[in-house]
Write a protein that binds this ligand. Structure first.
Ligand code: 3PG
Ligand code: CO
Length: 553
């Protein structure tokens, strides 16, 4: 049962000064402490010193089953991480729910499936999504599971629109995912299945938080209209050619331009037409919301769609619980209730949340259990600092300084009892695979943390510092058994690791307002991100609600 009201903590008095909760996105505590650990290589005197405070620094698990993912081989990510941090609960996440629905066959009995099945005999069914086994947004085995289900249920024509990854999996792997998919497609009996269009996930379709609608527009043109500057007769040829770019520098999988697959006459093999079924096969929400709006909303002006086919459109999940978007979906999303934001709003606690665009929805939407609205608008202020629309190794400072300023201002204003901040740099620069840029980014974030903690100190407040998953803590691919860094064929160029890591994340607490005897307990060695929620509620002076994981203090 869900506690709907916060009760006072039995010994920690209610905070009369602001409590800061600061998330360093992608800042893991990795055992590999060589130069490829960008955090270790950076100048981080402030976060280093926190480790020496007895009983007020520890790590928690941020990956795998501790955050509701199918297995402990799954790295953490910002969606599941912020869901856990905001809700205090370990929830079966989208990846796992889809696995279950495919295993027990329930996916094929639900309304979403029945709805698209009506297109199977006469029309095409299109699958659009991220083609990799990264397990952060999607998984190819789930795509194949649904394609098989469609073929078995009488689908005559399948078209797949692929977004190449290289961000949750190593760069260059898109080729093997395409080869595997083509093989899997030939095994669908009685069904004409082809790849129809695609592009790199950071350049085509998968924008988030409206950072750059152009990305979605490119995808619409390629997937729906069959228009793109580059046309090929096979996806393998597309990837091979597009990666070469203009010859001066490889274009990585994440950033491939949009492409369309054509037949021998130059005609696109899979435009999206009236009556077709369209399935977005990503389970994760943030990067599917905009394209969902483009398919679902009659009234839409983010870009000119040119043609708006009447499709049977479903998401793998419902991506936004407030907007009910999309209206139809294959698998019901995780039900996340009794989140801290809701309880705090109900308890009259004023909160301020801030990040830059790339992580804005993480500290609001994901934090609040995948809801895009406010609980009580008069008590909540959400500030988004616009992110630059560039590859972040070219601007690794991102908006860390601006976020710090906004956070300081909120703390000093006296208007908010809780201030939560997310710094995007260690994650977003980590994903570029650029070690030097990432080292610089981590050094800057450490300075920003100092600024914020100093502000809390000056006010006599309390603070909690943590992260949502690892990323910057390892920037190189490693040999499975020995952990030794891997290099390209030349023997000297390290193979960059663009993805998150399995590392645990640090948690530190402090501030002059925190009673002296408060220390982390030592009987929760396996604690995870969900244990942090009770902890910051305690810092605010509230007891840990019964439906949440135990507090770390
Ligand atoms: C992305 O969407 O950028 C990555 O797949 C995951 O990164 P995030 O979980 O840190 O947002
Ligand atoms: Co990330």
């Amino acid at each position: 049962t869900i506690d709907t009201e916060l009760k006072p903590h039995e010994s920690i008095p209610k905070a009369d000064k602001p409590v800061l909760v600061c998330i360093l996105d992608g800042w893991g505590e990795n055992e590999n402490k060589d130069k490829f650990n960008a955090i270790h290589s950076a100048e981080t005197p402030v976060t280093d010193a926190l480790k020496d405070v007895p009983g007020r620094w520890r790590t928690v698990r941020a990956h795998g089953t501790a955050v509701g993912l199918p297995s402990d081989a799954d790295m953490g990510n910002s969606e599941v991480g912020h869901n856990a941090l905001g809700s205090g609960q370990v929830i079966d996440q989208g990846a796992r729910l889809v696995d279950i629905a495919l295993e027990d066959g329930s996916a094929f009995e639900l309304d979403g499936w029945k709805y698209i099945s009506e297109s199977f005999p006469e029309n095409t069914v299109h699958f659009i999504g991220l083609l990799s086994d990264g397990g952060v947004h999607s998984r190819t085995d789930q795509l194949v599971g649904f394609m098989k289900g469609a073929a078995k249920n009488g689908a005559k024509r399948i078209r797949v629109h692929i977004l190449t990854d290289g961000r949750d999996v190593p760069d260059g792997t898109s080729k093997q995912f395409v080869e595997q998919l083509e093989k899997d497609m030939t095994e669908l009996s009685g069904c004409d299945a082809k790849i129809a269009s695609g592009g790199g996930r950071m350049h085509v379709t998968m924008d988030r938080y409206e950072a750059d609608w152009k990305i979605v527009e490119r995808g619409w043109h390629a997937h729906v209209l069959g228009e793109a500057p580059h046309k090929f007769t096979s996806a393998l040829e597309a990837i091979k050619t597009l990666r070469e770019g203009d010859g001066s520098k490889t274009i990585t999988d994440q950033w491939l331009p949009p492409f369309v697959i054509t037949d021998d006459e130059g005609k696109a093999v899979g435009t999206i037409e009236d009556g077709d079924a369209v399935v977005l096969f990503n389970f994760r929400a943030d990067r599917m919301v905009e394209i969902s709006k483009a398919f679902e909303y009659e009234d839409f002006n983010a870009f000119d769609r040119k043609r708006f086919p009447k499709t049977r459109f479903v998401g793998m999940m419902q991506y936004d619980g407030d907007l009910k978007l999309p209206a139809r979906f294959l698998v019901p999303p995780p039900a996340i209730s009794g989140v801290s934001g809701e309880l705090l709003a109900k308890g009259g606690v004023s909160t301020f949340a801030c990040s830059e665009t790339q992580k804005f929805g993480h500290v609001t939407f994901f934090w609040n259990g995948n809801r895009s609205g406010y609980f009580k608008e008069e008590l909540e202020t959400y500030v988004e600092i616009p992110s630059d629309a560039v590859p972040f190794n070219e601007a690794p400072d991102m908006k860390a300084r601006e976020i710090t300023e906004a956070g300081k201002e909120a703390l000093l204003s006296g208007k908010y009892q809780m201030v939560r901040i997310n710094f995007a740099n260690p994650d977003m620069v980590g994903h570029t695979g650029d070690l030097d840029a990432c080292v610089g980014a981590c050094s800057l974030v450490d300075k920003c943390v100092k600024d914020l903690l100093d502000t809390v100190e000056s006010l006599g407040g309390r603070w909690l510092l943590t992260a949502d998953h690892g990323n910057a803590d390892d920037m190189v691919q490693r040999a499975k058994k020995t952990n030794a860094p891997l290099f390209a064929d030349d023997g000297s160029t390290p193979l960059p690791l663009t993805s998150h890591t399995l590392a645990p994340v640090p948690v530190a607490i402090g501030g002059p307002g925190l009673p002296e005897g408060i220390k982390f307990r030592d009987d929760l060695p396996n604690a995870g991100l969900a244990n942090i929620t009770g902890t910051y509620l305690n810092l605010l002076g509230f007891a840990t609600p019964a439906h949440m994981e135990p507090s770390l203090i």
